[in-house]
Design a protein around this ligand. Structure first.
Ligand SMILES: Cc1cc2nc3c(=O)[nH]c(=O)nc-3n(C[C@H](O)[C@H](O)[C@H](O)COP(=O)(O)OP(=O)(O)OC[C@H]3O[C@@H](n4cnc5c(N)ncnc54)[C@H](O)[C@@H]3O)c2cc1C
Length: 401
């Protein structure tokens, strides 16, 4: 067993852990900052398995942290990418409607966008055709010019490089096991840390519980599947999104254009049976299955969500043809035959409030002078990783006063 000591120990080398660790070094050049991750590479979970959409920030309720952090996060990530040679594709996004009722929700998204300081416009059918000839809508659509695309893998590799350049250290292939006073016991070593930051994604609740935080929460995993259309000749030029169901924190199946111009459909939001339930029996844990089996019925009887509707919408999306058919409501020329390459699935670490039987819609951060816990870094936390890191840094400083 090796023993090390540091000022800050970050658990989890996803985009959030790396961004927070980098932010600490940007502010305190001489601090000793170590990141530890159970995997042998950085970003192997949500941070490397997401849609890669740089959100603009119009979905979120104006009083939310998501609203506060996304506009700045979008700008900061663009600046970071420019400085680190990570390409960004400025595709923009249209949000389209299927009926008159959705036109009302479109106005609400527009109102939120304006309140959140987002550049956004309501366009008619003719303007929509000029923006994206294949997009379909009932009457009006939303146009968001600041929504873009970048490669999640390139972003996380650039963050890793920058953190190491600033003098940070990353220990891979070791899991957080437990805390013994100031000593953090990993699977193969012990690290003594003055402050611990928990950004363990799908396991952030479990880590927090060991520090006596987040007891009212448990993670509920939701799986996102994608399909690519590699040979489509008449390619889409913009992201096309539906109107989301406001009762759930998911955005609905959409068509996106990657940084390399590839078109994909997804992600689904299917309840996963265990936390890293990517394919078949990977990382199967019976205890997690039992917890999911306990928590999903709580969500089913909760007044906060329409779980039956969620299941009805999501479960059929295991079928590629059903999924693509849903996407064909958004644009012309969307055919099942074209979407024939499966993308890497991702799993959302969605926090569930066990007292209120409710999915948390906003980011949740808890902590004291010894530790900080990032508990619900769901979308758009990839977009706002850098502003999120600034926020967490200020949060930590406040607690350490
Ligand atoms: C399908 C999907 C699509 C999405 N699309 C978008 C999008 O287009 N735009 C956007 O802004 N956001 C999107 N998101 C959200 C975004 O991906 C996440 O908000 C972000 O990646 C969260 O980063 P993280 O660092 O908190 O988590 P993670 O990337 O999951 O990192 C957590 C890390 O902790 C490690 N870890 C866990 N337990 C332990 C332990 N005990 N010991 C040591 N290490 C541990 C894991 O190995 C992992 O590397 C999407 C998410 C999903 C799942």
């Amino acid at each position: 067993m090796t023993n090390k000591s540091c000022d800050y120990l970050v658990i989890g080398a996803g985009v959030i852990g790396l961004a927070i660790a980098r932010e600490i070094l940007l502010n305190n050049k001489t601090s000793k900052v170590i990141i530890v991750d159970k995997e042998t590479e950085v970003g192997l979970h949500a941070s490397g398995r997401n849609s890669g959409v740089l959100h603009a920030g119009f979905y979120y309720s104006p009083d939310s942290l998501k609203a506060k952090l996304t506009v700045d996060g979008n700008r900061l990530l663009r600046e970071f990418c420019a400085e680190n040679n990570v390409p960004i594709k400025n595709v923009g996004k249209v949000v389209v409607t299927k009926n008159a009722k959705e036109e009302e929700s479109l106005k609400e998204l527009y109102r939120r966008g304006i309140e959140n300081g987002v550049e956004i416009e309501i366009v008619d059918k003719q303007q929509l055709k000029e923006l994206e000839p294949r997009a379909k809508t009932h009457e009006k659509a939303l146009w968001s010019p600041n929504t873009g695309s970048a490669s999640p893998q390139k972003v996380i590799k650039a963050l890793e490089k920058d953190f190491l350049k600033l003098g940070g250290e990353i220990i891979l292939g070791q899991s957080f096991v437990k805390k013994e006073n100031n000593n953090i016991v990993l699977s193969n070593s012990v690290i003594s840390a003055k402050h611990v930051i928990n950004s363990a994604g799908l396991y952030a609740d479990k880590v927090a519980h060991k520090f006596d935080f987040g007891h009212k929460y448990r993670m509920l995993p939701f799986k996102g599947l994608y399909w690519y259309a590699p040979n489509q000749t008449d390619k889409l030029t913009r992201h096309i999104y539906p109107i989301p169901d406001a009762r759930n924190p998911f955005l609905g199946v959409h068509l996106t254009v990657t940084d390399e111009g590839k078109v994909k459909v997804g992600p689904t939001a299917i309840p996963a049976l265990w936390r890293e339930n990517y394919r078949m029996l990977t990382n199967f844990k019976v205890q997690e299955l039992l917890q999911v089996a306990t928590d999903l019925p709580k969500m089913a009887f909760s007044p906060h969500h329409d779980f039956a509707a969620l299941l009805k919408q999501e479960l059929p999306k295991y079928s590629r043809s059903y999924l693509v058919k849903q996407a064909s409501l958004l644009a012309e020329g969307i055919n099942v035959a074209d979407f024939n390459v499966r993308g890497k699935s991702g799993i959302r670490a969605q926090l569930f409030d066990l007292k209120q039987n409710k999915l948390e819609m906003d980011f949740v951060i808890e902590g004291d002078k010894n530790s900080t816990h990032v508990l619900n870094a769901v979308s758009p936390a990839w977009t706002c990783a850098l502003s999120f890191a600034q926020y967490v840094y200020e949060f930590m400083k406040e607690k350490q006063k």
